[in-house]
Write a protein that binds this ligand. Structure first.
Ligand SMILES: *Cc1c(COP(=O)(O)O)cnc(C)c1O
Length: 399
C-alpha cells in the first residue's frame, strides 16, 4: 500500500506494524495475579468441610479477569468445577482445553442450544420438566446420559422449578434413563445483607426451604449428587450453607461481599488497574478542567493526564470521587472523566513524569484501592465494577 501524504510517498508495506507489536502497557492495562486466585481458592477451601467441593464461578470472562486464566489458577488452587453464564462462555473454555466439569448457570431452552451444550460436555441448568424431556431425548439420540444440574427456586424468583412442582416431578425426572442428575441447587437472594445470620432472615428461610425440599425428595449431601446453595456471601456465613459444593465468584477474586464478617479474611485482590501518565501540565488558579469546566483550580495546579476513561470502563459517575496511587501517595482525580482520558491533581510531586505508571485499583506500598471503594462512590456493587472493564484494556498476567 502506498499512501500519498502531501508531497511525499511512503511505502507502508516496508515497515509493517502489527497490533501485537504494541506494548500492552503502552496506555492502560489490567494486571491479573494468577497466584492470588489460586491462593484465594486454597484459603476459601480451607473453610469448607473435607467432602465439600468448590465451583469457581468464571462467568462474564472471569469477572473481567480473563476466564481462561482464572480457570487455570482456580483449578490449581483446588476448584473441581467451573460455572459460566452462557453457552458461548462454556464453549470458549472447552476450546481452550479446559477439561473440568462446567455448569452453565443461565437457562438454555431450545433443543438446538442444549445439543450444543451436550456436544461440548457442558452441563445445563434445568428449571422445568419440558427442558428435562428435551435433555432426555438428546441423551437417547446419542445413546448416552446427558449430565445436568436441576435448579429449584427458594426465594430468588429467577431460575428454578417452583418448589412444589419440583417435589411432585422429581420421581419422574429420576426415572429418565438418558439424563444424569449431577447436581441439585438453588440460589440465595440476600446472603450479603447484614441480617443474614438472624434466624428469621430471608437467607435462613431460603436455606430451610432448600433443606425441606431435599428431605421431601429423599436426597442428601451423602449422595453423589452435588447439592449447592451458597455464593461467596453464603459460603462465608457458615457451614450450614455449604452442603457438598459452593459456587464462589467474588471472594475468589479477592473481595468479601460481607461488610461485617470480613475482618479476619485473608483474600488477595487478583486485579490491578494501571495507567500511564500521557501528559503533564500546570494550570493557574481559577482554571476549569475537563468537559463542562466543573472542576476549577483553587490554586496553581499540576495536572497529570492519564490515558484511561469511561470507554475503558472507569464509570463517568466516579468523576472527582476517586484517587490514584503513585509510590505510596494518593492523588485525587479532578474534572469529568472523559471517554479516553482523565486528569489527576499531582501538585507537589516532582517524581511523577510523562510515562510514569499510576495505580487506579490494587495496592502500592501501604495504599490500597478496591472495587468496593469505587462501588461505594458510584452507588453500585463491586461485581458491576469488575464487569465494566472493556476489552480495550489488555489483560496482562503477573505472577
Ligand atoms: C454469579 C453467581 C454465583 C457467584 O456469586 P458471587 O456472589 O460472586 O460469589 C453463584 N451462583 C450463581 C447462580 C451465580 O449466578
Amino acid at each position: 500500500m502506498q499512501i500519498k501524504q502531501t508531497n511525499q510517498i511512503f511505502n507502508f508495506e516496508k515497515y509493517p506494524i502489527l497490533e501485537k507489536d504494541i506494548d500492552p502497557k503502552q496506555r492502560a492495562w489490567i494486571e491479573i495475579r494468577g497466584k492470588a486466585i489460586a491462593t484465594n481458592v486454597r484459603y476459601l477451601k480451607s473453610l469448607l468441610s473435607k467432602n465439600c467441593q468448590f465451583m469457581a464461578v468464571v462467568k462474564a470472562d472471569g469477572y473481567g479477569h480473563d476466564a481462561k486464566l482464572v480457570s487455570e489458577y482456580a483449578i490449581e488452587g483446588g476448584a473441581s468445577q467451573l460455572g459460566v453464564a452462557t453457552l458461548k462462555e462454556g464453549i470458549k473454555l472447552r476450546s481452550s482445553g479446559v477439561k473440568t466439569p462446567i455448569l452453565i448457570l443461565g437457562n438454555l431452552y431450545t433443543k438446538k442450544d442444549l445439543i450444543i451444550a451436550f456436544k461440548n460436555d457442558l452441563m445445563p441448568t434445568i428449571s422445568d420438566l419440558r427442558e428435562c424431556l428435551i435433555c432426555n431425548n438428546i441423551g437417547k439420540q446419542f445413546g448416552l446420559k446427558f449430565s445436568l444440574h436441576l435448579k429449584v427456586d427458594t426465594g430468588m424468583s429467577r431460575l428454578g422449578f417452583e418448589s412444589y412442582k419440583f417435589i411432585q416431578e422429581f420421581e419422574k425426572i429420576k426415572s429418565f434413563e438418558n439424563i444424569s442428575i449431577e447436581g441439585i441447587y438453588s440460589h440465595l437472594s440476600s446472603a450479603d445483607e447484614e441480617n443474614s445470620l438472624d434466624s428469621k432472615s430471608s437467607t435462613q428461610l431460603q436455606r430451610l426451604k432448600f433443606k425441606e425440599i431435599l428431605k421431601q425428595i429423599n436426597v442428601d449431601s451423602n449422595h453423589n449428587i452435588k447439592i449447592h446453595l451458597a455464593n461467596s456471601a453464603g459460603m462465608l456465613l457458615n457451614k450450614d450453607f455449604h452442603f457438598n459444593m459452593v459456587r464462589v465468584g467474588l471472594s475468589m477474586y479477592g473481595y468479601s461481599p460481607l461488610s461485617k464478617i470480613d475482618k479476619n479474611l485473608v483474600l488477595k485482590p487478583a486485579l490491578f488497574l494501571k495507567v500511564k501518565v500521557a501528559f503533564i501540565r500546570v494550570i493557574d488558579q481559577g482554571v476549569g478542567v475537563s468537559y463542562g469546566g466543573k472542576f476549577v483550580s483553587s490554586r496553581k495546579t499540576k495536572l497529570a493526564v492519564l490515558s484511561i476513561g469511561y470507554a475503558d470502563g472507569v464509570l463517568r459517575n466516579l468523576s472527582g470521587k476517586i484517587k490514584v496511587i503513585f509510590k505510596n501517595k494518593l492523588y485525587p482525580q479532578v474534572g469529568s472523566i472523559t471517554m479516553d482520558q482523565m486528569m489527576v491533581d499531582i501538585t507537589g510531586s516532582d517524581e511523577i513524569k510523562v510515562g510514569s505508571t499510576m495505580v487506579l485499583l490494587g495496592s502500592e506500598g501501604d495504599k490500597t484501592i478496591s472495587p468496593i471503594d469505587w462501588a461505594r462512590e458510584s452507588n453500585t456493587i463491586p461485581w458491576e465494577i469488575l464487569c465494566s472493564f472493556k476489552n480495550r484494556l489488555p489483560r496482562v498476567k503477573v505472577d
